[in-house]
Design a protein around this ligand. Sequence first.
Ligand code: BGC
Length: 456
Amino acid sequence: MTDYSFPDDFLWGSATSAHQIEGSPLADGAGASIWQRFAHTPGLTANGDTGDIACDHYNRYRDDVALMASLGLKAYRFSVAWGRVLPQGTGTVNQAGLDFYDRLVDTLLEHGIQPLPTLYHWDLPAALDDRGGWLNPDISHWFADYGEILFRKLDGRVKRWATLNEPWVVTDGGYLHGALAPGHKNLFEAPIASRNLMRAHGAAVQRYRAAGAHEIGLVVNIEPKYPASDNDADRAATERSDAYMNRQYLDPAYGRGCPAELAEIFGPAWQPWSEADLELAAQPTDWLGINYYTRGVMTDDPLKWPVRAGYVRQAGKTYTETGWEVYEQGLTDTLLWIKERYGNPPVTITENGSAFFDPPKARDGRIRDPLRVDYLQRHLRAVHAAIQAGADVRGYMAWSLLDNLEWSLGFSKRFGIVHVDFETQDRTAKDSARFYAKVVASNGAALGQDPWSLVD
Ligand code: BGC
């Protein structure tokens, strides 16, 4: 039988992001974000859902931290809403907004939970969007200035920072396909936004070296790509989609330049990065955050703009409510690919999880979510396999602590290991949370047991 014990200091936790859970987006002097505007534009989110209340975490953070402690979690990844700290994105600090994160960090530490803040999880101040947002090259200074305010306030207590969450999603959803804020659909903007995101990341890392004393890194979403067949066209489509989604950000971050395929994908919209841009993006970091949900099995498809690669659905596989195949081997493959390609940096899984339909609370008070339990067990075993094979994985943050606002999909998709009743704001630990708590308490060893024996 496999011994699933993890390294002694492995960091077990859960993750959320500001706009998805906090609610009260304009409270105490905060400035509106692009998500505030996007969600309040009729027709852009499912059911017209907004982040106005969400999980009301802004008011309930103490209870939520106590909940994490009751599950035995050792770390919490959250994000800071830029517009709470700087309502206009630059300039005058809003002390009340900064104080919220100060209190959150103190509360976490009082419960023995390590805070892992991310500076940017998609909620750009609307005032900066009015100045071009991620299309304006000045955003690297705006972002570094904002970061420095947090570093100076919290670095004594925060030991591990992340700059950006998923630059690929910011660009692909926000500037290329338009499904996410700010909702642009523009081939020419997408590569500019990507470059400015990575310049901003680098500028914040540089600033951190001057103002902070611990660790800083980038968080990317990786979806490993596998060809649907052995033919050359499918293999080339797989390489293009891998370049677009995975290597587009990691290659420059690790000093490998931009993948050659990007020129082919973007055609006339592609502009090579200057030496200065490449150097800024490649600032050495201390750790890497990986968000993993699924894989992509790719086929050549000229109609799929602009990458010309389509997804092939796999017969007989389980798909989540967001239409993603459950494929845990892809997580092991991803971690080993990072080890080989980027020199085995210390990695934390900053997100991994699944949306599934949850049954109503049973009479015994439990919410049974067997598919999510199964997903968790498979993926945690996959992380363990990668560690056994030499990948330097230091932590795992389950996405998500709470059911929350799934961006344009509103509250229709539940990723939480803790159920949220959005009418009453009651929280109920689902079976997946009960299972995860046992895994954490055993430092992984319980992954060797029948999961149902752990939750019943
Ligand atoms: C994002 C989360 C999101 C999750 C599930 C990630 O891309 O960082 O904010 O809720 O995926 O879609």
